[in-house]
Design a binder for this molecule. Sequence first.
Ligand SMILES: Cc1cc2nc3c(=O)[nH]c(=O)nc-3n(C[C@H](O)[C@H](O)[C@H](O)COP(=O)(O)OP(=O)(O)OC[C@H]3O[C@@H](n4cnc5c(N)ncnc54)[C@H](O)[C@@H]3O)c2cc1C
Length: 337
Amino acid sequence: MTELKIAVVGAGVIGVTTACELQKRFRNANIKIVANEFFEGTTSYVAAGIFCPGTSFSGPTDEITEKWVKDSYYYWENVKDSNEAGTAGVIEISGYMFSSSIPDIVRNSFMEKVCPLYRAATREELKICPGNWKYGSYFTTLVTQSSLYIPWAFNKFKSNGGQIERRKVESLESLAKENDVVVNCTGLGAKFLCKDRKIVPIRGQVIKVRAPWLKNFFYGDYDTYIIPGVDSVTLGGCRQYQSWDLKVNKYDEMQIKEKCERMVPSLARAEVIGSKVGLRPHRETVRVEKEMKNFDGKRVKIVHNYGHGGYGVTTAPGTALHACDLVHELLAGNNKL
Ligand SMILES: Cc1cc2nc3c(=O)[nH]c(=O)nc-3n(C[C@H](O)[C@H](O)[C@H](O)COP(=O)(O)OP(=O)(O)OC[C@H]3O[C@@H](n4cnc5c(N)ncnc54)[C@H](O)[C@@H]3O)c2cc1C
């Protein structure tokens, strides 16, 4: 019997999570991660990692989107409840989302369905942070710190026989010669590999600080967020549509510092670790799809899993499970395309 070979392109949170799930599903397969950037070089390392899908987060249907979110929450919750939670960088955290503009901003139907606790903030709680907060929610969720999770997942992948190759892939089809299926987890790279005009960068900048006394997260208006992780706190942020600029911008840094300190004044004495910039791979509909192409006289089997925007850490497990189903369908010859 010939060995099943699968190539996963991309080593961010989506690629690594998908590769690990493929190993569980196809136990005897030879699985390789191919990428030109690993660890700090990926967008995934910039993320705060809070589980909080935006209300506009979309898969192909509402039903599929809800399934991705639920599957993801349960996946992260299992890691959090395991004895590997510390090394995997997954913690439970509670906190507040405040707004002074409209009540809808502090509601999130995805979160209300999966979180163990999601309720309106009380009048007293609206005064916890300086500012004229009119609406608020208090909820409990999870944070996954990518700088711990990705190395943890990589170690699992390698100890289960997974292979790694560092290189730039010029075309997905070119990998088809040596592989039965190619899984495309290239985030923003898919814009070029798939000539997909629907994927655009949404630039984000954050400041990582040490403030171990902070035990809750806080969200405010104008993209203000303060999110404690395992060993640092992420302060943000901004969302700049179609900006490709990966340099730290000092004006963004100033406004992030000012708005976060206004909301939580004790941050003024936090030790600054540094600023980071990342380009969120935004696509109106996250693409988890199978595709068959003709290349060099061969039928090439591809599964796409990209375009998670600002919610890739949150939804990596749910979309990875879906991508595994599609790989299974392609291999079983169930190719209704
Ligand atoms: C400031 C900021 C804060 C964020 N906060 C959160 C948060 O709190 N919660 C959350 O859920 N999400 C958050 N996100 C979003 C999250 O970071 C992304 O959704 C996620 O990282 C996307 O993961 P990815 O694996 O698709 O992409 P990436 O991490 O960018 O990985 C892409 C991989 O593909 C590889 N690649 C691309 N093209 C090629 C090619 N041609 N050949 C070889 N390899 C290739 C790259 O080298 C890389 O390894 C945040 C993002 C930013 C910028």
